[in-house]
Design a binder for this molecule. Sequence first.
Ligand SMILES: [Zn+2]
Length: 332
Amino acid sequence: MRAVPGIGYVQARPPASAGYSGASLTIGYDGMRRARVTLRTTATWIAYPVVLASALLIYAGLLHTGLACGIAGYIAVLIGAVAPIFLLERVLPYRDSWSPTVVEAKTDLTFLAIVNSALPLGLSILTATVALHFSRSWDGYWQHWWPRGLACWQQVAIVLLVADLPRYWLHRVFHERAALWPFHAVHHSVRKLNWLNVGRFHPVDTSLQFMCDSLPFIVLGVPDEVITTYFVLHATKAFLQHSNVDVKLGWLNYIISGPELHRWHHSVVIRESNTNYGNKLSIWDLLFGTFFYPAKSAVVTLGLADQQYPMTFGAQMKVPFAAHTGDLTASD
Ligand SMILES: [Zn+2]
């Protein structure tokens, strides 16, 4: 150290013989920064396919052990999708401010457990029981319609394509019909996006979704392994679509409805949020003119214009039935 009059002590530059210089330090720092940027950029491009592949591979591995496909599906989604997305939201966040608070996390977990897990499971069991009864009395009439002779992946592709069209229109009608919007507004009440709030739906919304994308396939007697593979894909897609992970899909945005499109769908600005209705695919948005993908811009504010909208589980169950005087819609 050397003294500088009037300033104090400053760090003396080490001699060149010490093995490094100011210039090499700069190069080293720049190199590390560039490596970090490259690593982050690579991660944003591979995160989506890696998570999807991990869920499917774990599912296939569990089936190989002889585990029942329903249980294998749930475990695969938890280990192969939820766990890596939870980690990615911490190391590769899209927006730091979108992490849930403890109160939000508790409410979202309640929605996930009751409205997004128990309710569809109950509806599936009920539908399967009723379908079994009718298939006996009608000699399985409906079940001859399904091409069960095709390979499993081909049947899954058919379910994916067929289910997404009614889901697109149901979602669009929820936004465009004043009588239905209060039920779907519950989902749009969130002011940040993360994997936990993917299940924030009103039971009326969830039940109608079930009628569009699950009930027809159960009635048609689609094999369990096809339904479960579809479930793994559907759930992994849903967690990714809502996640606060800085994911890039590039040209795949024109096929898959991923997080880049879905953030616009949650915008407080109505001309931005009345777009991108596709559940898994964006092809229906492209076909029906609701595709919105300003790749160079970023959404600013999410949620509803009504700042007084209730946010607790109990209140959100009741609010669509109440004479709510506030503005439930997003703003223009
Ligand atoms: Zn919506």
